[in-house]
Design a protein around this ligand. Structure first.
Ligand code: NAD
Ligand code: UDP
Length: 337
C-alpha cells in the first residue's frame, strides 16, 4: 500500500515518512522543495533502510499528479504541502491562498478522478482563534484567524468538509496540530527554518548554538501564571505517529473526522527556557519585548478524542522535546546546508 505524502521533505513530513516506513507502508513523496531539502529524504532512507519514491513537483501541477496516480498504487494521501510562515502570509496573501487553497483543490480533484478518496489534512490549532475555552476540545467553535495562513487552514477545513458531505465515499481526517517541536532521536532530521526563525524552539536552539545573540520574549503581561504565552508543545515524532494511527482510522471508512494532536499540557515561554537550560546545561539569554501582534495568551489541547478513537497518545515529555531539538541543532548548526 503506497501513501502519497505531499510536503514529505519538510519538517513534519520527513518525520512522518519515517513512521510510515517503520509501520510497513510504502511512501511516495511529492514536494516542490520550496521550503525543504532533498537531503531530509536521503537521511530518512538512512534511518529506515528503505527507499522513498520521490517526485519533485508542485501540488498545483495536474500533469505531475496524473502521472503519479497512474504510476503508483496510491491508496491515501497525507497532505502536508503548504506555505506556513504566519508573518509572510500577511504580506503575501495571494501567494498563500494560491499555494495552499488552489493547490489543495487541484490535489483533491486529481485524487477523486483517480478514485482515491482517502485524505489526512494538516490543520492547526490556529483555527480555534482565541479559543472559547481551554483545554480545547474538537467541539470548541472555530474562531477568527489573525492572518491569511490561519485562514487557509480554516477555509480548507470547510472546503474538505463540504466535499466529504457531497460525496460520502471520501474519508477525510483533519488533524489539528498544536505546537510541534523536537526532532528524530538520531539527530539527522529536524526543523530547518529559512532565515530568522518565527517559532520559539528553533529560535532558542539557534541562540544555544551561537547563531543568534538572545531570545526576545513576546510579552510577559498575559493572563497566565508567569505572564508569558502558554502553548501545548508536542514532540514531532508523536505527531508523526498520529498520522499512522489516523491512516488506520481511514481504513475503517470513517467519513469526516477531526482530531486535536497535542499533549494536553501547557508550558509558558519561561517554562520552555528553563526546561531547555536544565536538559542542555546551556543558558539562554533573553529580553522581554512587546507582545507579537495576533498572539493569544493560552492554547492547549484536550486530546482525549484522539486517545479514545485513534488509540493515540503523546509519549514524549518536554525534556525529550528539548533534548531532541538540541541534538538536531547541535549536530546540524546550518540545518541541511
Ligand atoms: P515545512 O515547510 O517544513 O513542510 C511543508 C513542505 O511542503 C515543504 O517541504 C515545502 O517544500 C512543501 N511545499 C509547500 N508548497 C508546496 C507545493 N505547492 N507543492 C509541493 N510541495 C510544497 O512545514 P511543516 O512544519 O512540516 O508543516 C507541514 C504542514 O503542517 C503544513 O501544512 C503546515 O501548515 C502544517 N502545520 C505546521 C505546524 C508547525 O508548527 N510546524 C503547525 C500546524 C500545522
Ligand atoms: N515566542 C517568543 N519569542 C519568539 C517566538 C515565540 O516569545 O521568538 C512566544 C510566542 O509569543 C508564543 C510562544 O512563544 O507565546 C509560541 O510561539 P510560536 O511562534 O512558536 O508558536 P505559535 O505562535 O504558533 O503558538
Amino acid at each position: 500500500m503506497s501513501i502519497l505524502v505531499t510536503g514529505g521533505a519538510g519538517f513534519i513530513g520527513s518525520h512522518t515518512v519515517v513512521e510510515l516506513q517503520n509501520a510497513g507502508y510504502e511512501a511516495v513523496v511529492l514536494d516542490n522543495l520550496s521550503n525543504s531539502s532533498k537531503k531530509s529524504l536521503e537521511r530518512v532512507e538512512t534511518i529506515t533502510g528503505k527507499v522513498i519514491t520521490f517526485y519533485e513537483n508542485d501540488i498545483n501541477d495536474r500533469a505531475a499528479l496524473q502521472k503519479i496516480f497512474k504510476t503508483e498504487k496510491i491508496t491515501a494521501c497525507i497532505h502536508f504541502a503548504g506555505l506556513k510562515a504566519v508573518g509572510e502570509s500577511v504580506n503575501k496573501p495571494w501567494e498563500y491562498y494560491q499555494n495552499n487553497i488552489a493547490g489543495t483543490l487541484v490535489l483533491v480533484d486529481e485524487m477523486r478522478k483517480n478514485g482515491i478518496k482517502n485524505l489526512i489534512f494538516s490543520s492547526s490549532a490556529t483555527v480555534y482563534g482565541d479559543p472559547a475555552f481551554i483545554p480545547i476540545t474538537e467541539s470548541c467553535p472555530k474562531g477568527i484567524c489573525t492572518n491569511p495562513y490561519g485562514w487557509t487552514k480554516s477555509m480548507l477545513e470547510q472546503i474538505l468538509t463540504d466535499i466529504q458531505t457531497a460525496d460520502p465515499e471520501w474519508n477525510i481526517i483533519l488533524l489539528r496540530y498544536f505546537n510541534p517541536i523536537g526532532a528524530h532521536k538520531s539527530g539527522t532530521i529536524g526543523e530547518d527554518p529559512n532565515g530568522l526563525p518565527n517559532n520559539l524552539m528553533p529560535f532558542i536552539t539557534q541562540v544555544a548554538v551561537g547563531k543568534l545573540p538572545e531570545l526576545g520574549i513576546f510579552g510577559n503581561d498575559y493572563d497566565t501564571p508567569d505572564g508569558t504565552g502558554v502553548r501545548d508543545y508536542i514532540h514531532v515524532v508523536d505527531l508523526a505517529d498520529g498520522h499512522v494511527k489516523a491512516l488506520k482510522k481511514i481504513d475503517e471508512k470513517c467519513g469526516l473526522e477531526i482530531y486535536n494532536l497535542g499533549t494536553g499540557t501547557g508550558y509558558s515561554v519561561l517554562d520552555i527556557i528553563s526546561n531547555f537550560e536544565k536538559v542542555t546545561g546551556i543558558k539562554i539569554p533573553y529580553t522581554i519585548k512587546p507582545r507579537r501582534s495576533g498572539d493569544i495568551a493560552s492554547c492547549y489541547a484536550n486530546a482525549d478524542k484522539a486517545k479514545t478513537e485513534l488509540g493515540w497518545k503523546a509519549k514524549y515529555g518536554i525534556s525529550e522535546m528539548c533534548a531532541d531539538a538540541w541534538n538536531w541543532q547541535s549536530k546540524n548548526p546550518e540545518g541541511y546546508q
